[in-house]
Design a binder for this molecule. Structure first.
Ligand code: DQA
Length: 148
């Protein structure tokens, strides 16, 4: 069992369970399991342990963030479309003490206007967007560097 300070919660929001199949021209052909495996392999290099959850339900993501308080060292979150309007997720993340990395496969700022608002960005330590699956390694690196 890793010590509390080495657990990183990797959260995925709605429709990301369809990765690999869903709009591959935007999101690529890797599945969610592929991305999680990549994050886990990167995390191991830094002696970090990934716990992951994907949910299409806002309350399950909020509850996961709440349960991470005092237990997980950091959160990496791709909130999917909740990025753009979930103030509940915003508030939950604001109440989390450790680093929060907002992660997107695509670059929402380069897409439709409604994707240009992130209500998660203001409560994130930083955001990694537009690098596809490479973003997982970058996000883990960012967490490791922030935790020291
Ligand atoms: C996404 C971008 C969001 O705008 C979209 O709703 C998603 C995926 C991404 O990873 O690029 O579901 O978060």
């Amino acid at each position: 069992m890793p010590s509390v300070s080495r657990i990183v919660l990797l959260l995925h929001g709605p429709n990301l369970n369809l990765l690999g199949d869903r709009e591959p021209e935007v999101y690529g052909t890797d599945t969610l399991a592929d991305h999680v495996a990549r994050a886990r392999a990167s995390a191991a290099e830094f002696s970090l342990d990934i716990e992951d959850l994907q949910s299409n339900a806002e309350h399950e993501l909020v509850e996961a963030v709440q349960a991470a308080r005092g237990r997980c060292a950091a959160i990496i979150v791709n909130p999917g479309a909740f990025t753009h309007y979930s103030w509940a997720l915003h508030d939950a993340l604001a109440a989390f003490d450790g680093p929060v990395v907002e992660l997107h496969l695509s670059n929402p700022d380069a897409r439709e206007p409604w994707r240009r608002t992130s209500v998660v960005a203001p409560v994130a330590t930083g955001s990694i967007v537009g690098f596809g699956g490479d973003g997982y390694e970058l996000a883990v690196r960012a967490v490791a560097a922030t935790l020291g």
